[in-house]
Design a protein around this ligand. Structure first.
Ligand code: SF4
Length: 97
């Protein structure tokens, strides 16, 4: 199996990748829309795990990372409720069926 097969199911498959990097940093009004897209993405858990483990930059699983570390600067727009729900979802193990 191809290592990045999970990307085939990504909701952002045909999106401009800059919205997860430069544009996310520059345009605060865009951030919530990108977060929502990621929250509905079927591979967000894998995306986040890959982003952390490979020390990536940009939005991975709906969380902005800086070298695999959660950014203090680019996640502040998230409400406490959104943050809690996102974090719980991304870090809760699910059984493989
Ligand atoms: S979680 Fe977001 S950035 Fe990751 S694959 Fe899905 S839509 Fe793309």
């Amino acid at each position: 199996m191809h290592r990045d097969k999970w990307k085939d199911d990504a909701l952002c498959f045909e999106y401009d990748t800059n919205i997860f990097f430069d544009k996310y940093e520059e345009d605060e009004t865009l951030r919530s829309a990108v977060d929502k897209l990621c929250s509905e993405c079927p591979v967000s858990k894998t995306c986040f795990a890959v982003g952390v483990s490979t020390k990536e930059w940009g939005v991975w699983g709906g969380i902005y990372l800086e070298g695999g570390v959660i950014s203090k600067e680019f996640n502040t727009h998230k409400s406490k409720k959104d943050w809690a729900e996102t974090w719980q979802y991304l870090t809760t193990e699910t059984a493989n069926t």
